[in-house]
Design a protein around this ligand. Structure first.
Ligand code: LIP
Length: 267
């Protein structure tokens, strides 16, 4: 592994572990809504992002940052060729507030627009997923692989309908859900994009689909899935589909198209 990338990885891993452990002792905090009643933030989201950015900036002052909480205030910065750390301080904030133990700190590093490393740590289950481009994906240091499933009828999807809250999209997503329910083995909705994708990476799930996501939901977990052998995806595409195999992703997209056609024909 490139010496410089290893230095980035080792330092970021230590920071993410420290940040995650803070969540284990969280208590008596206020919850605020951001863009809407379901879009929640706590002092822990803001503080963790602030500390991660500060510590990384102190070490590498020229690096750039895209963080969920700062982007909420100042907008999402453009992705440049410079080394850019993409941070979700708590993915699954609503789960965290409700003590569902399904939330993670997520940090990815993108260099020349290429995903270089990804770290996702769920402190509640002590699951730490990591990947460095070209060097595989790992769970707590053990190499992981997707299960390679290609048959949609045998698959369990993590499926999140975040956009269905918007009446403009509700009907579209109901059609897709109805169609999918008829053909696949099961659906789960975990409330965290990064953990859903990591469970595809280690073969517990077959695919994860969610529209309307942001780079901080995708940067680290996406690399972990591709390094585990899963389907590739575009970091800046808000419609996130990861799957155990490209064949499974392609089959899903065929069914998504069919569902959209059924809806148009029903009108
Ligand atoms: C959330 C995701 C969740 C998705 C939501 C949201 P947050 O991130 O992880 O799975 O459905 O749209 O983006 O707000 O908990 O960091």
């Amino acid at each position: 592994m490139d010496h410089q990338v290893k230095e980035y990885f080792d330092y970021a891993l230590q920071l993410v572990k420290e940040a995650g452990k803070v969540l284990l002792t969280a208590k008596d905090y206020e919850v605020e809504s951001k863009s809407d009643v379901y879009d929640l933030v706590t002092v822990y989201d803001r503080k963790i992002e602030e500390v991660l950015v500060k510590k990384l900036k102190d070490k590498w002052p020229d690096h750039r940052f895209i963080g969920e909480e700062e982007s909420e205030v100042s907008g999402i910065p453009d992705l440049t060729d410079e080394p850019t750390w993409i941070i979700d301080p708590i993915d699954g904030t609503a789960n965290f507030i409700r003590q569902l133990r399904m939330s993670a700190v997520s940090v990815g590093l993108v260099i020349r627009k290429q995903q270089t490393l990804g770290i996702v740590f769920n402190p509640f289950t002590d699951e730490c997923y990591t990947a460095v481009k070209g060097h595989g994906a790992f769970l707590n240091g053990e190499r992981i692989y997707t299960n390679g499933e290609t048959d949609i009828t045998k698959s369990i999807f993590a499926y999140e309908l975040s956009l269905a809250r918007n009446p403009k999209y509700l009907d579209l997503y109901m059609y897709r859900l109805k169609h999918l329910m008829k053909i696949i083995t099961g659906i789960r909705s975990l409330g965290t994009a990064v953990m859903s994708a990591c469970y595809v990476a280690d073969g517990r799930l077959d695919a994860y689909q969610c529209d309307g996501l942001y780079p901080w939901d995708i940067a680290a977990a996406g690399l972990i899935v591709t390094e585990a052998g899963g389907k590739e995806f575009d970091l800046m595409d808000p419609n996130f589909l990861v799957a155990a195999s490209k064949a499974l992703a392609d089959e899903y997209l065929i069914h998504e198209k069919k569902a959209d056609e059924e809806r148009i024909n029903a009108k």
